[in-house]
Design a binder for this molecule. Structure first.
Ligand code: M6R
Length: 601
């Protein structure tokens, strides 16, 4: 979370930084700020709120200078306020720092610095960094040495960029468990927490490894290890992903991305399942994993829901035991891992801190790691032994939609890849259902008007309950997550059979229950659960291909092969959340308190 950018060259830095921050805003949008080397001082502009507000501030009060650093914040320590926004400085304002990550020992460092006479103005963990650099700089007047000493005192994860008024054209940058790249230009250089945010500027870069410090000037870049020894870095040259130009006629990225799903899935399914015989899963060969005894699929949020559906599909078709786990739990629970373990890490961004840490842990214990990600060149790709790219295209809306169904498709492709070695008949039915899937999703999306109408019944609800059985219970989880994420309505989901073991106590005449029921064999059971909540006063909205007479409304999605219904049912739930959010006047693409890339644990 939080985006960092930097520029040093001969052009005005402010405009370039603001453009960079716009591209990084998906990482956090509580506040934004820049620091510019201005003669022998460092000028700061910062504000609470979006980058667009910073842009107006810089227009009203321009700041000249050709070297600077910028930041867009997702608050961790201290509320979202101008005071807490970055850059933070030392007391004399000669050293400015932007930071992404968490300084876990900031309380100890604060009291150490207070004892030395330093005063703090913000509630952030970050503010210890400029003071610490100041402390060491006063001893030696060695810029690199001061940054190096300060960084060696920090515990946690961080990417930082530093300006010092004594070195007007030089930025110091450090990466430690938080990504940072240096973009190499012609007589100008850049910094960015996201490679793709450099698109249009340069395609050459240094990717900083953990603990490395880069000294960046217009003339060149020197990289040092944590002991101050020069490091010979490889230059990466790469095509960068350009973002979706705009949301076009859809008005919101989320809606555009929901409607891109048939196309994304058609591409993925035709490329991977039908182009080759047998099915290929990226660079993986069957021999690489044939000794696998245990599979873990890990991820956070929506990616975890994809993992849960993956469990159903891989167990059903490939007959291998699979555990789905939330990355932040997996990394701390001592999972049983050995060299016969395969870990599939699902992450759209490829930068989710908990997922990366879980991957590293599993790798240390001997497991093979597959990254399923939408982001080539991400940290997940660098850690994994094998990568499968979901090729959903850039997903801008914070609420994941097409990236989720692309993650699902990846796991279905993986299941087919494995199952082709053990069976044929059931698999042919699944493959044909996958081939039809883009049409079935298009048919689901054509129900938008009906879904929009149904959203009117949800708009004033304080609590929503989602239920389903089998894989539908995971779809219910994802539907509830989407709803709470963008509408701020409290939405909880339960396996339908669990209701009477506790949650039904919450049901009364103010309750609205969204029931997902796509499995013909289980529909009767779910209908019984629907009757039970209706008997207690609830209204039920049903997402199902089957008739559900007791529901006040049934969104009749197409009847598909049962195994692929998680795609169609979720598309209906995405639209339901979207229209409810619109009716409630919410900021659909940038919901409060969230960020697209969660780079702190
Ligand atoms: O980039 P990742 O796939 O690792 O992100 C994981 C979650 O943070 C993400 O899916 C989050 O839950 C979405 N905002 C949900 O819409």
């Amino acid at each position: 979370m939080c985006g960092i950018c930097g520029y040093t060259g001969s052009r005005q830095a402010a405009d370039i930084l603001i453009d960079g921050l716009k591209k990084l805003e998906y990482r956090g949008y509580d506040s934004a700020g820049i620091a510019i080397s201005h003669g022998t001082s460092v000028a700061i502009r910062k504000n609470c709120g979006r980058v667009s507000v910073l842009k107006s501030i810089c227009r009203e009060s321009p700041v000249e200078g050709a070297c600077g650093i910028g930041h867009t914040r997702w608050a961790t320590h201290g509320e979202a306020s101008t005071l807490n926004s970055h850059p933070h400085t030392n007391l004399s304002g000669t050293i400015a720092v932007v930071h992404n990550g968490i300084i876990e020992n900031h309380t100890e460092l604060r009291s150490f610095l207070c004892d030395k006479g330093y005063r703090f103005v913000s509630q952030t963990d970050t503010e210890v960094i400029p003071h610490l650099i100041d402390y060491y700089y006063r001893e030696s007047f060695d810029y690199l040495g001061a940054v190096r000493c300060a960084v060696s005192d920090l515990k946690g994860s961080f990417a930082i960029a530093v300006l010092c008024s004594d070195y007007p054209g030089k930025i110091m940058a450090v990466s430690y468990h938080s990504p940072l790249v240096v973009g190499i230009g012609e007589s100008e250089n850049y910094l960015s927490s996201d490679i793709n945010a450099l698109s249009g500027k340069t395609d050459k870069m240094y990717i900083l490894d953990d603990g490395e410090i880069a000294a960046v000037t217009a003339e060149g870049v020197s990289v040092y290890d944590k002991n101050g020894n020069a490091v010979d870095k490889e230059i990466h040259q790469t095509d960068l992903q350009t973002e979706n130009a705009d949301s076009g006629a859809y008005g919101h990225y989320m809606l555009k991305e929901i409607y891109q799903q048939p196309h994304v899935l058609r591409q993925m399914i035709s490329t991977h399942i039908f182009a080759d015989k047998p099915t290929l899963f990226g660079e993986l060969e069957y021999g690489d994993i044939k000794d696998t005894e245990r599979i873990f699929i890990i991820g956070c949020g929506t990616a975890y829901h994809a993992a849960c559906v993956g469990k159903y599909i891989i167990e059903k078709y490939a007959k291998l035991a699979v555990e789905a786990d939330v990355s932040s739990e997996f990394r701390y629970r001592n999972p049983l891992i050995d060299d016969k373990t395969l870990v599939i890490a699902i992450t759209q961004s490829g930068e989710t801190a908990d997922t990366l840490a879980a991957m590293k842990l599993a790798k240390e214990k001997g497991a093979k790691i597959i990254a399923v990600t939408n982001t080539p060149r991400s940290s997940a790709v660098r850690i994994a032994d094998f990568t499968f790219l979901t090729s959903a295209g850039a997903e801008i809306s914070v609420a994941s939609t097409k990236a989720y169904t692309a993650q699902l498709a990846s796991l279905y492709i993986f299941a087919v890849f494995l199952a082709e070695h053990i069976q044929k008949e059931e698999l042919t039915l699944l493959k044909n259902a996958l081939l039809r899937l883009p049409k079935d999703i298009t048919a689901t999306l054509s129900l938008e008007e009906k879904i929009k109408d149904a959203a009117k019944s949800l708009v004033n609800c304080e609590h929503l309950y989602y239920i389903g059985r089998g894989a539908d219970s995971v779809t219910a989880d994802e539907g509830a997550l989407k709803m709470k994420e963008i509408t701020y309505i409290h939405a909880e989901s339960y396996p339908a059979g669990e209701l009477k073991h506790g949650p039904i106590a919450l049901i009364d005449e103010k309750s609205l229950v969204v029931a997902v029921s796509t499995d013909k064999k289980l529909h009767g059971k779910t209908v019984s659960n629907i009757s039970e909540v209706i008997a207690r006063g609830a209204k039920v909205l049903c997402i199902s291909p089957f008739d559900t007479p007791d529901a006040f409304c049934t969104i009749k999605i197409p009847q598909t092969h049962g195994a692929v219904s998680p795609f169609t049912a979720v598309a209906a739930l995405q639209l339901l959340a979207y229209h409810t959010a619109l009716l409630r006047g919410c900021d659909v693409d940038k919901p409060r308190n969230l960020a697209k890339s969660v780079t702190v644990e």
